[in-house]
Structures are given as structure tokens and as C-alpha cells.
Design a protein around this ligand. Structure first.
Ligand SMILES: [Fe+2]
Length: 343
């Protein structure tokens, strides 16, 4: 089993050649002589993830037999998956365009906090956004880019300060971005995409789908849907100070190939291991991890915006400013809950 994707009838162990069907059933044992009397292949099937859930093609697994059900855990975040998948004219995605994978020397929670952090962008990514967002302007169909920072107001967070964050329990959350108005994007490929979407779902529904609502979404604890540089991210802790991040480009099925390949090209620029954007964050994570070794304080303050949260009855969520730390507090509240359950 050396390939991360593909088609195979058998899964073959690279060590002794024991092989299994795709349900994990042991099918073949080379040189079975020597196995103990009464050896029964049925006793040696692959271990199963105790709990598995699926929604619109995304498969989630828990290695714990206990805990909230998949439905209770994912809850309202199904809407965020819908927001992404509904953008595909054929109603489905393909994550078959390769991946970017890298490891940083820091705790996994640093990357999880970061996907919904809007405070760092003008500073952590200053080398990218300080030229009026020209890098994001390379996104297919954008004329002015995503306007991550106002021209003439470099080194301020002014364009980010009115954006909103939302939490819905279980550590989940998302940020909104009203500048990501796809109904205003235009190019030959994007116009073709909009026509294809409207042909499949009708003009009204297409307009609703393209209306800006979401920027980045976090499905706690380890998956995010990134709206600007359209991709799915999976965060895997390897050790307390070592984390693997995998970035999957998304192809919207039914969209023009030139639009999909434009998104993939942009992701190479922004989130590959040699990119202009994600590398800024990775450097910050590593420096933060080093700083956390300090013996001078036991505490990290995450109180920014504490008390400023308010209910959003339309979205059935709690709303705060995206430059505040409401989403971070929600993540640690969930984390403490899981740690208590496990204790
Ligand atoms: Fe960042």
C-alpha cells in the first residue's frame, strides 16, 4: 500500500505480502505454513475505524468508539460543505488534482487557529497583500483581486476589521468575506461557468450560490474549507511540536477546465511548500512554538473581543468580529471538553 489514491482490488502489505480486499478482509497469506493450528484468516482482518460518517462525498472517521455521533458533531457545518459543493454545476467536487503536503515544527492547534484568524493577514502576509492584493488578482476572473487591503492603507487592518466570524459549537466556525462576490467576477471562463451553473440550477439559485457568504470554514478539529484560494485542508498532529498539513486543490465538476486549472495554478502560488502565503504562516507557527517554551509566563491571552459576541438568529450562530479571538476561544472550549471526556 504505497499509493495514496488509485484503484486496486487488493491492499497488499509491503512487509510480508498479506493482502486484503477493499473492505479490510484478509484474503491472502503468502506461505501460510507456519501459521498456528486453527489459524483463521477471519481473525486477522484489518482494524476498522469505530465510527465513520459521510456527507456529500466527504468521509469523516473517528478512531474512538465513544463520543458524539457524526450527525451531532458536524451539525450546522453541513451548510458550509453545501456552500462549497453547490458551486459545482454538476453538484460534486473532485479532489484529484494532486496535493501539497508539508510538515512544520509546531503544535497542530496553531494551524487550526490560523485558518479563521483574520487579524494576521495584513501583517503576516504583508509581502503579498501590500501591493493592493495583486497576487490574489491572479485568480481567474478577478480584475482587482480580493482587496485584502485598501490601496494607500498598507500595514493597517482596516479592511479586515468589519469582517465577521461565526461559531456554532463543537469548535466549528467560519469567517465571512463580502469582497468575495463571485457574481461580480467576469472573464471568458468565469462567465461560461456562471452560465453552466445557471443552466443546471436556474438563474435565481445560481445567483444565491454565488452570493458572498463564506471565506474560510473550520470543521473542528482538523479540516478546513478555504474559500478564497479554493481548497480543502487537512491538519494532522504528528507530535506535540510537529504537524502535517495537506492541501487539496478542488475541481468544481461541470465548471470550465480553464477555471479549475486557474484555481489550481493560484494554489501553487499561494499554498505550495514554496509559496508566497502559506510559508508566512508556517514561519509564524514555528516562531510561536519556540516562544511557548518560555518559562516567563504560563498563559497565552486569547481574550481579544471577549464579551463582544452576539447571537446571529438568521444563521443560528454566534457572531463576532473576524479580527477578534472568539473562534479561538470556541476551539479551546471544545478541546478542553474532549480532554475531559478522555480523562
Ligand atoms: Fe495566513
Amino acid at each position: 500500500m504505497n499509493e495514496r489514491k488509485g484503484h486496486a482490488e487488493r491492499l497488499i502489505c509491503c512487509y510480508h505480502g498479506w493482502n486484503y480486499d477493499t473492505d479490510g478482509k484478509l484474503m491472502g497469506v503468502p506461505v501460510p505454513e507456519g501459521c498456528c493450528d486453527g489459524f483463521d484468516r477471519a481473525d486477522f482482518n484489518l482494524a476498522r475505524a469505530p465510527r465513520v460518517g459521510e456527507y456529500r462525498g466527504f468521509v469523516f472517521a473517528s478512531l474512538s468508539a465513544h463520543g458524539a455521533s457524526f450527525e451531532d458533531h458536524i451539525g450546522p457545518m453541513k451548510g458550509n460543505i453545501d456552500d462549497l459543493v453547490d458551486r459545482a454545476p454538476d453538484g460534486a467536487l473532485a479532489l484529484d488534482a494532486g496535493m501539497h503536503r508539508y510538515v512544520f515544527s509546531g503544535n497542530w492547534k496553531l494551524q487550526v487557529e490560523n485558518v479563521l484568524d483574520s487579524y494576521h493577514v495584513p501583517f503576516g502576509h504583508a509581502s503579498t497583500v501590500n501591493k493592493a492584493g495583486v497576487q490574489f488578482a491572479r485568480r481567474e476572473g478577478d480584475r482587482k483581486g480580493a482587496e485584502v487591503i485598501e490601496t494607500g492603507k498598507q500595514q493597517t487592518a482596516s479592511t479586515w476589521k468589519d469582517r465577521k466570524s461565526f461559531t456554532v459549537g463543537n469548535g466549528h466556525g467560519w469567517t465571512s468575506n463580502t469582497t468575495l462576490d463571485d457574481s461580480k467576477r467576469s472573464s471568458a471562463a468565469f462567465d461560461e461557468y456562471k452560465r453552466a451553473l445557471a443552466a443546471k440550477v436556474g438563474a435565481d439559485r445560481a445567483a444565491e450560490i454565488l452570493k458572498p457568504r463564506l471565506h474560510n470554514s473550520l470543521i473542528y478539529p482538523n479540516m478546513s474549507i478555504m474559500g478564497l484560494n479554493i481548497h480543502v485542508r487537512v491538519i494532522k498532529p504528528l507530535a506535540v511540536d510537529r504537524t502535517e498539513v495537506t492541501i487539496y486543490p478542488i475541481r468544481l465538476l461541470g465548471a470550465p477546465e480553464s477555471m479549475n486549472s486557474g484555481n489550481i495554478r493560484l494554489l501553487n502560488v499561494t499554498h505550495s511548500a514554496a509559496s508566497f502565503v502559506q510559508t508566512d504562516d508556517l514561519e509564524s507557527f514555528v516562531r510561536t512554538q519556540k516562544g511557548l517554551h518560555s518559562q516567563q509566563t504560563d498563559w497565552v491571552d486569547i481574550s481579544r473581543g471577549l464579551g463582544a459576541e452576539e447571537p446571529d438568529r438568521e444563521l443560528n450562530a454566534t457572531r463576532g468580529l473576524a479580527t477578534h479571538e472568539m473562534v479561538v476561544r470556541a476551539q479551546y472550549r471544545a478541546w478542553v471538553g474532549y480532554m475531559r471526556e478522555a480523562a
